[in-house]
Design a protein around this ligand. Structure first.
Ligand code: 5RP
Length: 219
């Protein structure tokens, strides 16, 4: 089975977590795209969706799914999104696609976070995937210096502008053994908008596409 076939399978499996007659949150990336395409088959069962990126909003709307501004909704039943890495505590690294800030906001509002990924994303210690952090452009070098001095690793500026008009630093060379503490520490750096650790609000369930079918972690 290819990686895309595993992503397709977890996307299909995630439909079971969609709460009918509610507004759901939808993530960003190739796995989320498989989910959006799957969601189109039951679009009349939901009121609509809040998107975590412009690209996701466009794909949802392309399928005729109503997209809501987060300020116009009072609750989100479930948020469904991919990840770059997960540990077995369902702490995540996200932001490979650069949408981490809106993803973190939608995840914070949602009652449940269902993460969908292929088996390559589950690791024992996170950090091989560079940890993205979104920064206010004028603060990029300041944030880079603080990270390298106080956290470690090497913070590399990505050639990318986020949907919010900000920049991204990717921190290479970390071994993340206490994701919650690191997330909190990174959050205290002035000039950083969001870091890509989803630990203090991690996933409730991880659906993992494997060669032997979809495995449910943490249900
Ligand atoms: C985007 C993300 C994605 O969820 C993450 O990068 C995984 O993407 P993919 O499903 O394409 O592997 O956090 O900001």
């Amino acid at each position: 089975m290819t990686q895309d076939e595993m992503k397709f399978d977890v996307a299909q499996a995630a439909l079971k977590y969609v709460v009918k007659d509610t507004i759901i949150g939808v993530g960003t990336g190739s796995t989320a795209n498989f989910f959006i395409d799957a969601l189109a088959t039951m679009k009349d069962d939901i009121i609509g969706a809040v998107a975590s990126s412009v690209a996701t909003a466009e794909r949802l709307e392309g399928h005729g799914i109503k997209v809501f501004d987060l300020n116009d909704v009072e609750s989100i039943s479930v948020y469904i999104d991919g990840a770059d890495e997960s540990d077995d505590g369902l702490n995540l690294i996200k932001g490979g696609g650069g949408a981490l800030t809106r993803e973190k906001i939608v995840a914070a509002v949602a009652e449940q976070f269902v993460c969908i990924a292929d088996e390559s994303k589950l690791v024992s210690v996170m950090g091989d995937f560079p940890l993205p952090v979104e920064v206010i452009p004028m603060a990029a070098n300041h944030v880079k210096r603080i990270i390298e001095k106080e956290i470690g690793g090497q913070a590399i500026l990505r050639d990318f502008t986020t949907d919010n008009g900000n920049h991204i630093l990717d921190i290479q060379g970390l071994k993340i053994t206490d994701a919650k503490a690191l997330e909190t520490k990174l959050d205290s750096i002035v000039g950083m908008v969001t870091n890509g650790l989803f630990a203090n609000r991690g996933a409730n369930v991880l659906l993992l596409g494997t060669q032997n079918g979809v495995k449910v972690v943490g249900a």
